[in-house]
Design a protein around this ligand. Structure first.
Ligand code: UD1
Length: 447
């Protein structure tokens, strides 16, 4: 794995595949889309980004070998790999399989430059503390979509016996008593945070006694992480419900595990078909993970058929109708699909209201969509979308991962040429989105 640093910082990057290895390269490329064409064909959905990142952190719990398959090719996955390498782990990637050996964790201190760029790497504080009894993790900091504190992670670890001090932007955690081993605890989360649930669940797998996490996040990626940990011998029950019970064990063993399909990537392609009034086949997917997304698409007038157990067919929509959306923790409508739906509703017939309830600053794509001719007014955390008959291509900038995806979708539907900058965000979380779109007939190129 390679890392490009300029002045000590990871710079604008894109990912390329060479000899099965992922490399990060200097890049100032843009996407050019010639919109207004329909799509047709099959799309292969990659492994889930949010599962891959946290399962890679989970590999820290095991002193043996973890073989993880269906790992998506993403800049974020590479950065997470770099965090683990910096901690002393050995990693080998071959195509979509990643081998991680965490027999030796050489340091309890994660590298500032990487952790501050990748929020999920902070979640590794749980397994590092569980394995070593000490961890030093830079705070992930704010990001484009909001402040994103880690107080729930910290309070949960304190309840399990860790002493935590935050100094100069570093979270210093230590377990002094109980031979350096965390103790099981009953933890109630004020909000069902995905990351806090995952941090605490990982920490509890090796703790002394039973941990109960109440008001836990119920996202499919939490269940995926629990299944991965259980495949190493952890005793986790109730993942996917609001109460997760973990009985700590002394040691976890080697495993082989395959990551679930990415529901957000699948949802993005469902919207790509809807916005271009096309027919697409998507596989593999777990349709139960997409219930809120499919249900909203049906309200909008898009029909989706279950072709086989893991395959969905989207039919070309005759007419797109306005609807209202409120983002919520799972099984509510995912905040990670809000931007893509805003692009779709911008050309639906009528007025839609989108309320972003999970993050405080996640509507920045509205002004970029307006550049393409959309009529969206934002007040606080609510976007009022008045559907227009057609969008028109323009130069736009993606401000965060899903905002960039929304601009790609809008560009596919817009008349003329759309040029999208800010691809470092897109490449963080989509596995070759432009290539997959090209394969189903989109006129999209990276230059
Ligand atoms: C994860 C996902 C992200 C998704 C989000 C919500 C990963 C790597 N990322 O992010 O794609 O958009 O879930 O589904 O899995 N909060 C606190 N204190 C905390 C932790 C969170 O107040 O200690 C708040 C956050 O500010 C936010 C809300 O809880 O308003 C939900 O955040 P959370 O579920 O923790 O999101 P992440 O795990 O960071």
């Amino acid at each position: 794995m390679t890392l490009n640093l300029k002045g000590g910082r990871l710079i604008n990057s894109s990912i390329t595949l060479s000899d099965g290895n992922l490399s990060t390269e200097v890049d100032s490329s843009v996407l050019k889309i010639c919109g207004g064409y329909s799509l047709e064909g099959n799309v292969r959905i990659s492994g889930a980004k949010n599962s891959a990142l946290v399962i890679m952190a989970g590999a820290l719990l095991c002193s043996g070998d973890c073989r993880i398959s269906n790992v998506p090719l993403l800049a974020d996955v590479e950065r997470m790999g770099q965090v683990l390498t910096a901690l002393g782990l050995s990693l080998q990637r071959h195509e979509d399989t990643l081998d991680i050996n965490a027999r030796d964790i050489l340091t309890s201190k994660a590298p500032y430059e990487l952790v501050t760029q990748l929020r999920a790497s902070f979640f590794a504080i749980g397994p590092i503390l569980a394995r070593l009894g000490v961890a030093q993790m830079p705070l992930p900091g704010g990001c484009a979509i909001g402040a994103r504190p880690v107080d729930l992670h910290v309070r949960g670890l304190q309840a399990m016996g860790a002493e935590i001090e935050i100094e100069h932007g570093i979270c210093h955690a230590q377990v002094s008593g109980n031979n350096g081993r965390l103790k099981g605890a009953r933890i109630y989360l004020d909000t069902p945070s995905v990351g806090a649930t995952e941090t605490l669940m990982m920490a509890a797998t090796l703790a002394d006694g039973e941990t109960i996490i109440e008001n836990a996040a119920r996202e499919p990626e939490v269940v995926d992480l629990a299944n991965f940990c259980n495949s190493m011998g952890a005793k986790i029950q109730g993942a996917g419900t609001g109460t997760i019970t973990i009985v700590g064990v002394d040691k976890l063993h080697s495993t082989e595990y395959s990551i679930i399909p990415d529901r957000i990537e699948a949802g993005t392609f469902l919207v790509a078909a809807a916005i271009t009034r096309s027919e697409l086949l998507l596989s593999p997917v777990v349709s139960e993970h997409l219930i809120p997304v499919i249900s909203k698409l049906k309200d909008i007038g898009v029909s989706i058929l279950q072709e086989s157990t893991d395959c969905l067919r989207v039919k070309p929509a005759q007419k797109l109708k306005a609807t209202n959306i409120d983002t919520l923790p799972h099984p509510g409508f995912p905040t990670d699909m809000q931007a893509q739906f805003m692009a779709l509703l911008s050309i639906a017939d009528g007025d839609s209201i989108i309320n972003e309830s999970v993050f405080e600053n996640r509507l920045s794509h509205a002004s970029e969509l307006n550049r393409l001719g959309a009529e969206i007014r934002v007040k606080s955390n609510t976007a009022f979308v008045r559907g227009v008959p057609i969008l028109s291509g323009a130069p736009v900038i993606g401000t965060d991962l899903r905002a960039s995806a929304a601009l790609v979708l809008a560009g596919l539907a817009a008349q003329g040429e759309t040029i999208i900058q800010g691809l470092k965000h897109l490449d963080r979380g989509y596995d070759r989105l432009d290539t997959k779109l090209q394969q189903v007939g989109a006129k999209i190129i990276r230059t």
